[in-house]
Design a protein around this ligand. Structure first.
Ligand code: HEM
Length: 217
């Protein structure tokens, strides 16, 4: 006898997870290129995130700020800058923020918040490094919004889009957010400012734009 019971209902989180799993695998693969236990490798990792995270945070704040007034407490741009400064690196000029409507911004928020889960694993690698300077540069990976957890975020996300009508737009926003992250992760690392101060590209002359963000995927 075959089991004819219907499959369990799936919420937005599972829809987004399925819609982005290929891109998550690519992010995971690219992240593996950074030696998180060495100053240059870890600085390159932080720099790649500092290229991508500010634009995504700004796009989500613009689209969701009125609905989620506590959104700014989730921002990690300041933590990234502080960690880079601890390692002696200036923060790069971020990639331009993508334009996201409400549903797409909810998908991008899922990517931003979900990236904390992998970050917890990476934090352990940094904390296991022999270099104590690295241990002082973990504000980004250790950042947690007060009083909120991943399950709490997922509950809010699913309440914000309870029916499937907006899920395709949310999935598109999530894929766009992953593409933004992947574009930054693929850029070549900047030279170490301590060994190549004259060629360091972070000192963008005013008006010199950073490279364009990823194409839509
Ligand atoms: C740009 C980098 C990354 C982004 C944007 C990202 C994004 C996400 C997202 C959106 C989720 C939630 C998936 C879900 O709904 O369960 C997630 C979960 C997770 N990520 Fe990542 N991730 C990134 C890198 C990584 C890396 C490098 C690792 C491995 C070290 C990793 C490990 C994980 C793990 C273990 C989970 C939890 C999966 C689960 O609970 O089933 N992530 N990540």
């Amino acid at each position: 006898m075959t089991n004819s019971s219907p499959p369990p209902p799936k919420g937005l989180r599972w829809h987004l997870r399925e819609a982005t799993q290929d891109l998550h695998a690519e992010a995971d693969r690219l992240a593996g290129r950074f030696a998180l236990d060495a100053r240059d490798g870890y600085a390159a990792f932080l720099r790649a995130h500092a290229l991508a995270i500010p634009g995504l945070e700004a796009a989500c704040a613009a689209a969701l700020g009125a609905e989620w007034p506590d959104w700014p407490a989730r921002a990690r741009t300041g933590a990234l800058k502080a960690d880079l400064a601890t390692l002696g690196h200036p923060a790069p000029a971020p990639l331009p923020p993508p334009a996201l409507g409400r549903e797409a911004a909810l998908g991008a928020a899922y990517v931003l918040e979900g990236s904390r889960l992998g970050g917890a694993l990476m934090l352990r690698q940094v904390q296991a490094a022999a270099d104590p300077v690295l241990h002082r540069a973990t504000a980004y990976l250790a950042h947690r919004p007060q009083g909120d957890t991943w399950p709490g975020f997922v509950t809010r996300l699913e309440r914000a889009l309870p029916g499937p009508e907006g899920w395709a737009a949310a999935a598109e926003g999530a894929r766009h957010a992953f593409a933004h992250m992947l574009a930054a992760l693929r850029l070549p690392p900047a030279p170490n400012p301590e060994t190549h101060p004259e060629t360091h590209p972070e000192t963008h002359p005013a008006g010199a734009p950073p490279r364009a963000a990823a194409a839509h995927v």
